[in-house]
Write a protein that binds this ligand. Structure first.
Ligand code: FE2
Length: 205
């Protein structure tokens, strides 16, 4: 049984006070008053709930990119390995931007993998390795889920007068996801790698 330590025992000690636990100071799904924002509490509650969904889905997409970066195989390995990691880095930035917007609005950002897993709408991939076109299709599907949400949140935020959320969602999340989706989708165009289709004409020697 651990030795019981009274709070006054270490007042003059340099010992770190480890293994501490306590009650929460704010429950998930609530917002603080944040009067300075001039945004009503119901608006901030609705926005933080929607942004947490977007956050959970963006965290899933971020992790899907790292899985793709590690597990990619085939003749396009090198360029895809680099592209996936570039998009991963951009999603890391996006995740931080969304999470800090939730906190700024007085809410609590979802953070831990288990909570994200319970919340995300992105389809769970297998643990194993899949072919390149399947991986790219999964990534595109995830972008589609996020892009759809961005437009809905931006519309709703504008209607409720939360222009900061509208601007963040459009400028930082929507545009980056649109661009990444374009880069991916071009990889699913069926163009030959080494031999042109149709009528082949070879230059005369
Ligand atoms: Fe890496």
């Amino acid at each position: 049984m651990p030795k019981k330590v009274h709070s006054g025992d270490h007042t003059s000690s340099a010992e770190p006070r480890v293994h501490q636990r306590g009650s929460e100071i704010q429950s998930y799904g609530t917002v603080t008053h944040a009067f300075h924002l001039e945004l009503e509490e119901p608006v901030r509650l609705e926005m933080t709930e929607k942004l947490n969904q977007l956050l959970a889905d963006s965290m899933s997409l971020r992790d899907l990119y790292k899985k793709a970066h590690w597990q990619v195989a085939g003749p396009t390995f090198y360029q895809l390995h680099l592209l996936y990691d570039k998009h991963f880095g951009e999603q890391v930035e996006i995740v931080d931007t969304i999470a800090e917007r939730v906190q700024l609005l007085g809410g609590l950002a979802i953070a831990m993998a288990a909570d994200v897993a319970e919340t995300t709408q992105i389809e769970r991939p297998p643990r194993g390795r899949e072919e390149v076109p399947v991986v790219i299709s999964r990534l595109l599907d995830a972008h589609q889920v996020i892009i759809r949400q961005c437009r809905e949140i931006a519309d709703r935020a504008a209607k409720l007068g939360d222009h900061g959320t509208n601007d963040m969602v459009v400028s930082d999340v929507l545009r980056s996801n649109e661009l990444e989706a374009w880069f991916l989708s071009e990889h699913l165009v069926n163009t030959p790698l080494t031999y042109a289709g149709g009528e082949v004409s070879q230059a005369a020697d």
